[in-house]
Design a binder for this molecule. Structure first.
Ligand code: ASP
Length: 410
């Protein structure tokens, strides 16, 4: 019997995205239809992803740690990962600031009197550190607090290794649970084309007219920086340190990037990102650790957005930021992006912290809040692409290290 040829999933997702944009444009006159009848299906899809992402992160990190058999190895991977994340984020914000300064004069000067923005309390740095550690075994899972789930999985992984033979049964169970969660994830990922369609349609229907408004130039500058950062930083690091050609990298990452673009959630794109990165050569145990961590702390796109918006808001208030102030922004935006959760809109809340650090009025956020979703789609795409680049690079570095060790031993 002739087998029917199936369209590959990345192509299906692309079709979903393209059709969603077209449908969104059609609903621009009546966005409530898209919001009331299409968005709920996108929400169901995102809920399913959120439902599976915590078990995936927990079981896959534990399985990854067990397979490394060595706590020091986890430490060495952790250090490489965090260094890559912090350096690329600082670079991202520098690109954002440079371009925002170049285009500053083209930014519209919006009316700032009567602005009101109720800034959600951005946590302090110490609070952020304290919040990494769970105080209870259930709460991090119930509230899907990713950093705490990561810490809990590391502890359990280490515990299993240290318990030796007595921990074996528990370790086997965790590995089996990991396999089962992966199967559930594969099933949910197969629904991505429909999910992407339902997520993007209401966004275009609601925001389409706004994009054409006065903020277009600010959005354009942010997107220019997003693209530049991805092309320059990720292409070069992936090529030089990971040995993967940039073309292959972006082609392989496309499905995860489209998912990030339409869901505006790094955590939402995590399952697909794991799949894409592994296909591009990231090792399973390393991807299991770097990607969930990256979805929580590595936000290059968010850092770019914060830099561009800080300059734009300052110019609306007629304030010119000095060099030391811009250096402060580099520092605070790097930290703020670490504290940003991988969910839609989180970066805007952390923008408050960046503005406050240089004495800019927090109400300025109201100027960009209306189109935050459009900023968010691009920044999330950059955020997850950086995570994948890191997973591939660290895998390659570890591979080289192993080869060197083997060479010395042999
Ligand atoms: N939505 C972004 C993400 O999930 C975070 C942000 O709002 O900047 O990566």
């Amino acid at each position: 019997m002739e087998k029917k040829k199936r369209i590959a999933l990345p192509v299906q997702i692309f079709i979903g995205l393209a059709l969603g944009i077209i449908a969104g444009l059609c609903f621009m006159g009546t966005p409530e239809i898209a919001v009331n009848y299409i968005k709920p299906f996108g929400t169901i899809f995102l809920n399913l992803i959120k439902f599976i992402v915590v078990p995936i992160v927990f079981f896959s990190i534990i399985s990854g740690v067990i397979s490394m058999k060595d706590i020091r190895k986890v430490g060495s991977i952790g250090v490489k990962t965090v260094v890559y994340y912090l350096c690329t984020t600082a670079f991202a914000i520098i690109i954002g600031l440079i371009f925002a300064n170049i285009f500053k004069n083209a930014f519209p000067v919006l009316e700032v009197s009567g602005l009101e923005y109720e800034a959600a309390e951005a946590p302090s740095i110490m609070d952020t550190i304290v919040a990494i550690f769970p105080s209870n075994i259930i709460a991090p899972f119930a509230s899907a607090t990713m950093l705490q789930v990561i810490v809990a999985s590391l502890f359990f992984g280490f515990g299993i290794i240290l318990a030796g033979d007595k921990g074996k049964a528990f370790g086997d169970f965790m590995e089996s649970a990991n396999e089962v969660s992966m199967k559930i994830m594969a099933f949910i990922i197969a629904l991505s084309p429909i999910g992407v369609f339902c997520l993007i349609t209401p966004v275009v229907a609601e925001n389409g007219p706004k994009i054409l408004g006065s903020l277009a130039i600010v959005l354009l500058v942010a997107y220019l920086c997003y693209v530049l950062h991805a092309v320059v930083v990720y292409s070069s690091t992936v090529k030089l340190m990971g040995g993967v050609s940039p073309f292959k990298f972006f082609k392989g990452m496309f499905p995860a990037m489209m998912m990030a673009f339409s869901s505006s959630s790094s955590v939402g794109a995590l399952p697909l990102n794991i799949e894409c990165s592994e296909k591009l050569g990231a090792k399973k145990d390393i991807a299991a650790f770097t990607l969930p961590l990256g979805a929580t702390i590595n936000m290059d796109g968010t850092a770019i957005y914060q830099g561009v918006c800080a300059i734009f808001i300052a110019s609306c208030f007629g304030i010119s930021l000095t060099l030391p102030q811009q250096l402060t922004i580099i520092l605070t935006a790097t930290l703020a992006s670490v504290g940003t959760a991988g969910v839609p809109g989180a970066g805007m809340i952390m923008l408050a912290m960046v503005l406050q650090s240089v004495g800019l009025p927090v109400e300025g956020i109201a100027l960009v809040a209306g189109v935050d979703r459009i900023f968010d789609m691009g920044r999330t795409t950059v955020n997850i692409t950086g995570d994948a680049a890191c997973a591939i690079i660290v895998s390659k570095l570890e591979e080289k290290k192993e080869a060197r060790k083997a060479g010395r031993a042999g």
